[in-house]
Design a protein around this ligand. Structure first.
Ligand code: 5GP
Ligand code: MN
Length: 324
């Protein structure tokens, strides 16, 4: 296990990757566009350089429909097809080992685990860590690594990098200057950014609409919660999501968070009998990553999450006690 002293520079990160004879790249459980875009961009570059490389993510090994827009998914293999031990394991966009779920055993088995991530709550669970919490997506960090390697950013790589960049910045809504400059550079390769963004963020099956109707209909506002700054929450029940894939539920919190009266928005997503995953968003006054850490999860100051057990009311009570 490493610690903060195992932080490496972008040049050291690039040198480690360049020196590897074979590389396995792992994404977090329930992969999103940032983890998969990061993994595929790196894998495409390595594959092109002749380095054997495979990308994988933990079970359930179902790629979200929206990520089918990404190129070279032939580089993605199911967990069972991975070698038992990798020479170099690169883990992208994961703040802690538990984000690798059933694949976390790969860390101890590999010669070296290199973590590339942008979560402030990163636990430094590998051997080497290129972690920069000021980067708005892990694909920003992958771009820096590819630049250090002298890799040409072609349309395939740009598509992967752009996918992570736009989704982690809310469609560039809160993009900082570095992110906007990168967006311009990636669009300069000729990729169709508008089409990609629509497919990644603004496209859902029709069944999403009635699901949303049910879930938004039970939203509740608690003005006194979150130190009097207001909390809005709702639950997504198993019965709401028949015919809707898990990734379609992720955007519910983006609608709930628009409530003017609440600093914090929370969506409880039912995973099974009294088992939940929780998505939290804030508008900047409350650091929800700290809240998530206290509840066993992690994330960013304005977007964080954790897993919880108990009834809906148990989970909300525990959350209120941490939120204040
Ligand atoms: P989301 O609400 O979109 O699932 O997650 C928001 C942020 O919180 C993401 O950056 C994600 O990495 C983090 N996050 C969500 N759930 C968990 C969790 O169970 N553990 C940790 N460590 N981070 C989480
Ligand atoms: Mn990310």
């Amino acid at each position: 296990m490493g610690d903060q002293h195992s932080t490496v520079s972008v040049e050291e990160t690039a040198a480690k990757i360049q020196a590897a004879a074979a590389v396995t790249v792992l994404c977090h459980v329930h992969p999103d566009a940032d983890t998969m875009g990061s993994a595929l961009a790196l894998a495409i570059a390595l594959h092109r350089a002749g380095t054997p490389v495979q990308v994988s993510f933990p079970e359930p090994h179902e790629l979200p429909r929206s990520l089918e827009l990404l190129p070279r998914r032939d580089l993605v293999v199911p967990p069972a097809a991975l070698p038992d031990a990798a020479e170099l394991l690169v883990v992208v966009d994961c703040s802690s080992a538990d984000r690798l779920a059933g694949l976390s055993g790969q860390i101890a088995a590999s010669d070296t685990t290199l973590v590339i991530d942008h979560h402030r709550t990163n636990t430094f669970f590998g051997d080497l860590h290129y972690v920069d919490a000021d980067a708005q997506s892990t694909t920003v960090l992958i771009t820096r690594v590819l630049d250090a390697l002298g890799v040409e950013i072609d349309a395939d790589i740009a598509t992967c990098l752009y996918a992570g960049l736009v989704t982690d910045t809310g469609g560039l809504r809160w993009a900082n200057p570095e992110s906007l400059l990168l967006a311009a550079r990636l669009l300069g390769t000729g990729i169709n950014g508008a089409e990609l963004l629509r497919g990644l963020m603004d496209t859902h099956p029709f069944a999403w609409l009635p699901m949303l109707g049910a879930v938004l209909g039970r939203a509740e506002l608690e003005p006194a919660a979150a130190c009097g700054l207001g909390l809005v929450h709702t639950v997504v029940l198993h019965t709401d999501v028949a015919g809707v894939a898990w990734e379609e539920i992720e955007s519910v919190v983006d609608i709930v968070r628009t409530s003017a009266e609440a600093e914090v928005a929370v969506v409880l997503k039912e995973q099974g009998e009294q088992r939940w995953t929780v998505s939290m968003r804030s508008k900047g006054l409350i650091n929800v990553a700290e809240v998530a850490l206290k509840l066993g999860g992690g994330g960013h100051a304005a977007a964080a999450g954790y897993s919880a057990t108990g009834t809906r009311d148990d989970v909300l009570a525990a959350l209120r006690s941490v939120l204040g």
